[in-house]
Write a protein that binds this ligand. Structure first.
Ligand SMILES: *Cc1c(COP(=O)(O)O)cnc(C)c1O
Length: 384
């Protein structure tokens, strides 16, 4: 079975987890991350959402409205709510899967203090439009959610640098991973200082137990993605036996993981460091695979292909189909697992019904009709 996603792990990560911990493991990871993404500062967190939560606090935002996509990972509004602010959801526009920035501009009120611009599935947000909003409303902070867009570019400009700060998610399903973990990057000295000081006030150091749990999780993941094992894993997943391990949030509740205020571990930082050094090569491969999918699926009936965009990083290769279940079942029989990545539209979730203003028809359509193909060179052997 070809899994719907697969972390790119080799001996380097394995060597990293068995290296003795050093005092500055986290620091080394941050330094290398900042260097690779051409930013002055990178600050590591146990999760991307913890980074967003403390970033909003470091920006001094409380009791404000924060604009974010209706079609994004649900942990984003969770962090907004935990920070004492209110999410304002914006629908997508057909074309790519990103938030409609014209609609975002129209939703701005006196109380709007930040916009979370997400380059979903690796498709860069329209930085020209974002720049226009920024010039018109200089008091509004721009946060780039780069969880899917490590190195995505809009007309040659990296999206992560086009705002006040960027957040990254580094769990095992992302483009590069630090087991769990997240990162915030910025070029702003005083914001970075504030964020570091909030982090040291609010986060406790990772316990030995947490480090061991992360190590064992990683050692279990490692073989799980091999060809031999994955069929079994897929069976267990279909039977619902893995939910406790693969679902790290509950869509009906606004909550955070138990350890969201416990620092990223050193073992995660060492894995992250090994991965950061590979990310350009990983992204290069993803672009190539996406272009191969375009060719392969071009004449297939009943599927709408995603736009071709040289600045996109293809964290996922996402298409639209009418009957998603049928596609997933049919490809599973060929030994290829398709994913349904974001299969909810946040304002329609019970937990956010209070924030629902009108309908979000495009996002809702996406939540019901997207499937993603493995961005994995192992598929071609199955298809030929
Ligand atoms: C994964 C992800 C995040 C961060 O997730 P964490 O699990 O908190 O690290 C943020 N935004 C999007 C769009 C994501 O997919």
């Amino acid at each position: 079975m070809i899994p719907r996603f697969r972390p790119r792990l080799d001996g380097r990560e394995l060597a990293a987890v068995f290296t003795l911990p050093k005092k500055d493991d986290i620091n080394c990871f941050e330094k290398e991350f900042a260097k690779q993404f051409e930013q002055k500062y990178a600050i590591a967190f146990p999760y991307g959402r913890t980074g967003l939560l403390l970033l909003l606090e470091a920006m001094g935002l409380k009791g404000t409205e924060i604009i974010c996509p209706a079609y994004t990972c649900v942990v984003v509004p969770h962090a907004i709510v935990f920070s004492g602010n209110t999410p304002v959801f914006i629908d997508c526009k057909e074309g790519d899967f990103n938030m409609d920035l014209d609609a975002a501009e129209n939703a701005i009120t006196e109380n709007t203090k930040a916009i979370i611009a997400t380059s979903i599935f690796g498709y860069p947000v329209n930085l020209d439009k974002l720049e226009r909003i920024r010039n018109k409303y200089p008091g509004i902070k721009i946060i780039q959610d780069c969880a899917h867009s490590f190195a995505a570019e809009w007309k040659g400009k990296p999206v992560n640098k086009a705002g006040d700060a960027a957040i990254f998610g580094l769990n095992i399903s992302k483009t590069i991973t630090s087991i769990f973990g997240g990162m915030v990057t910025t070029d702003d000295d005083s914001l970075a200082n504030k964020l570091r000081s909030l982090r040291s006030q609010q986060l406790k150091l990772a316990s030995l137990l947490k480090s061991l749990k992360r190590l064992f999780y990683f050692l279990a993941i490692y073989p799980a993605f091999s060809k031999q094992f994955y069929g079994l894993i897929n069976q267990l997943e279909r039977l619902g036996l893995l939910n406790r391990f693969v679902k790290y949030y509950d869509e009906g509740m606004i909550d955070m993981p138990k350890d969201y205020l416990e620092m990223i571990t050193k073992v995660e930082s060492r894995v992250g460091l090994a991965q950061v050094n590979k990310y350009r090569e990983i992204v290069r491969q993803r672009k190539e695979i996406a272009s191969r999918w375009h060719k392969y699926l071009k004449d297939v009936k009943g599927i709408k292909l995603p736009p071709v965009d040289n600045g996109a990083t293809y964290s996922h290769f996402v298409c639209l189909v009418d009957d998603r279940k049928k596609w997933i079942e049919c490809w599973r029989k060929q030994g290829i697992q398709l994913g349904q990545l974001i299969d909810y539209c946040i304002p329609y979730l019970a937990a956010y019904s209070k924030s629902k203003k009108g309908e979000y028809l495009v996002s809702k359509y996406f939540s019901e009709h997207t499937i993603n193909f493995p961005v994995d060179n192992n598929v071609w052997a199955k298809l030929s």
